[in-house]
Design a binder for this molecule. Structure first.
Ligand code: ATP
Ligand code: MG
Length: 670
């Protein structure tokens, strides 16, 4: 399959694929390089991406956006209430998680956030498959650095539901930094360059400090502000005008969802205009109750409105530097991405905090998707990519807990905050019987608010205490895998056994490590013959069973969602095809009617003309009436009915044309 990288933004998603020539951005059905992250529900079908955006204002209650914010969001988290303010559909609590309540196919439905993200990813898959005419299966999905195990698992589950294989979930800014490391041609070979990567998007703000040299990237520190992005600017502008219009026009825009949404859309436009101009007009016709509103805003006024946000811009930078153990002066460059960094006051503040000019080496909108596609290609068995090593760091400490048995302790912080991943550690436990072990975040208070600390539980079975011992020695290979998931890769028993070991002689240290080699040496003198000693060593005696119970969806639920998604896709497809057949019928009526009076006129008998004209008129009337909303089969049948006569006439016409062509050729040849 074609390696596929996705930057699932809160505002829009960017998709890239890896080809032999390099990484390409995939354009969508209307040739845009990014696609709105929107899923809309209708009476017959879903409208995802561009079509969802087009219909948003007229279908607010059944339109879901801000998808990445609600993915696996706990309903009891304070963020649930925060997010509600940005949603136009109802956000509800479904089994403890945020879900969207919408009307779909005439029924009230609740879709979980995992299902919603799956719907959207499926659409992106379709876009990529159409554009590349390739098979899209493997995906590297970029997620915010603040995504916990819960959200990462949900992201991977969403991929599965969309029929994708998540080869890796990667932190967004890390993906961009990988792209920087891979494609920048003038990186140092030895002493790495210290680079701060800053991404401010629609909803969140991330800083990662990386050490980059040729062929290698190490993330040294990351920090974030989960509630800092373009949407906060839009909201501030909308709120400002809501107040102003109350005074000026005596209308309460906040009480009118459609009107408020139009103000919000206009606010985003205004914000963008103010990035290039010091002042801009703000006009909306008939925003509500037939009132036209008209105003304006200056760049300074906008800055004043978002001052509380701008005043916090230094926080993630300082935190990331602290984790990295660096000072701003140590940085060689500050690379900036994300749409919100186009705002002049944001740029100015960033530059001020870093004490140096900002660099825009990376494509602000496409760097994450490109990096993700490259990472997906790294995992591809068929595509060869430039060798590149990278490691990320843990945003939250993780501790493994067990019930104390023969050990001294009952827990161990295995993966500390700031530790690198992927990484594998070996834990040794002394057990008298089968046991459970659990992974949890060490400091729940350091997690995004409302995150539950539990990560996973494993049942380890098959423990047997060797004869004459008090306990069995269990070794657990625990892993923080490339996607950041916390797993137990293997578990086994070891026993102390007496083994024969070669006595290494000082001079043999580097040349001959195994006895075989030393025997091979013809010049070996008798006194160099290998000597052995008996030592006690831990030897693996048995593999243990591991039963995982974590935050990923159980297989049966996943299968059910997969099937449901397939059905919805089939429904959408049928609606689209029906629409196509209807349009084809309509066009055929006009075409045939025109030709019947023109080039076909001499090829139809008067009876045929009369019959066909009547059929055309009847079909047209039918289309305006009950045929306005009919089935694909009906549209095809009506078309065929017309074509049965139409093709007859067309056949005669074509035969005559051919005859004339032959005559002409004969004349030319004569
Ligand atoms: P996130 O990373 O937070 O999940 P995202 O990746 O979708 O969201 P981006 O595409 O990086 O976000 O940025 C989108 C934001 O940038 C929007 O709020 C948009 O209005 C804003 N934006 C885009 N262009 C400009 C501009 N010229 N001036 C100001 N803001 C802009
Ligand atoms: Mg983004």
């Amino acid at each position: 399959s074609t390696p596929f990288g996705v930057d699932l933004g809160n505002h829009s998603a960017v998709v890239a694929v890896a080809k032999n020539r390099g990484i390409d951005i995939v354009v969508n059905e209307v040739s845009n390089r990014s696609t709105p992250v929107i899923v809309g529900f209708g009476t017959k079908n879903r409208s995802i991406g561009e079509t969802g955006k087009t219909q948003q204002t007229s279908n607010l209650k059944n339109t879901v956006d801000n998808l990445k914010r609600i993915l696996a969001l706990n309903a009891d988290s304070p963020d649930f209430e925060v997010e509600k303010k940005y949603f136009t559909c109802s956000l509800v609590d479904k089994n403890g998680y945020a879900a969207a309540q919408v009307r779909y196919l005439g029924r009230q439905e609740e879709f979980t956030s995992v299902q919603l993200v799956a719907m959207y990813l499926n659409k992106l898959k379709d876009i990529a498959a159409k554009e590349t005419k390739g098979n899209i299966k493997d995906i590297c999905l970029a997620v915010p650095v603040w995504y916990t195990e819960q959200q990462r698992r949900a992201a991977a589950d969403a991929c599965h539901i969309a029929g994708l294989n998540p080869v890796r979930v990667v932190n967004e800014v890390t993906a961009a930094a990988v792209g920087y490391g891979v494609f920048k041609t003038d990186l140092p070979e030895d002493e790495p360059k210290k680079v701060a990567f800053v991404d401010i998007g629609h909803s969140s703000y991330t800083v990662s400090i990386g050490a980059v040299k040729k062929g290698e990237l190490k993330i040294l520190g990351s920090a974030y502000d989960k509630h800092f992005g373009g949407r906060d600017f839009d909201k501030a502008i909308a709120e400002h005008f809501a107040d102003e219009f109350k005074e000026k026009y005596k209308i309460d825009i906040r009480s009118n969802p459609k009107g408020y949404n139009r103000v919000l859309v206009a606010a985003e436009k205004l914000k963008k205009v103010l990035s290039a101009n010091s002042q801009a007009p703000f006009n909306i016709e008939s925003v509500m109750n037939d009132v036209d509103v008209s105003s304006q805003l200056t760049r300074e006024e906008l800055e004043e409105m978002v001052k509380p946000l701008l005043d916090r811009i230094h926080v993630p930078i300082e935190k990331a530097l602290e984790v990295a153990g660096l000072k701003v002066e140590d940085l060689d460059s500050v690379e900036v991405i994300g749409g919100c960094t186009r705002v002049p006051s944001v740029k100015a503040r960033l530059s001020e905090v870093f004490g140096k000019p900002l660099s825009f080496t990376l494509n602000q909108d496409e760097a994450i998707a490109k990096g993700a596609a490259f990472i997906c290609a790294m995992h591809s068995p068929t595509l060869r990519v430039r060798p590149f090593k990278f490691e990320d760091i843990n945003s939250f400490s993780v501790t493994y807990y067990w019930d104390k048995d023969a050990e001294d302790t009952d827990h161990l912080e295995v993966f500390p905050k700031g530790g690198v991943f992927p990484s594998t550690k070996l834990i040794t436990l002394y057990r008298t019987s089968d046991f459970e072990i659990e992974a949890k975040y060490t400091h729940p208070d350091q997690l995004p608010k409302g995150t539950r600390p539990e990560i996973a539980k494993w049942k380890i079975s098959g423990v047997e205490v060797p004869e004459g011992q008090d306990s069995a020695i269990c070794k657990l290979k625990v892993r923080n895998d490339p996607s950041g998931f916390f797993t137990i890769e293997s578990a086994y028993l070891v026993e102390e056994k007496e083994v024969k070991e070669l006595i290494e002689k000082p001079e043999a240290k580097t040349e001959a490590k195994s006895d075989e080699k030393s025997e091979d040496k013809p010049e070996d003198k008798p006194e160099d013959e290998p000597e052995y000693k008996i030592v006690k060593k831990l030897v693996k005696t048995k593999d243990l069973n591991i039963e995982y119970e974590g935050l990923a969806l159980p297989k049966d639920v996943l299968d059910e969602f997969f099937e449901q998604e397939g059905k919805m896709v089939a429904e959408d497809k049928l609606v689209a095809e029906t629409e196509d057949r209807k349009n084809a019928l309509e066009e055929y009526i006009y075409e045939l009617r025109g030709k019947l009076e023109d080039q076909y006129a001499d090829f139809a008998s008067p009876e045929e003309k009369e019959k066909l004209s009547k059929m055309l008129m009847d079909t047209e009337e039918w289309l305006y009436d009950e045929g306005d909303d009919s089935t694909k089969a009906k549209y095809i049948a009506k078309y065929e009915e017309l074509a049965s006569i139409g093709n007859l006439i067309k056949g005669r016409y074509n035969a005559k044309q051919e005859e004339l062509r032959q005559e002409l050729r004969a004349k030319q040849e004569a």
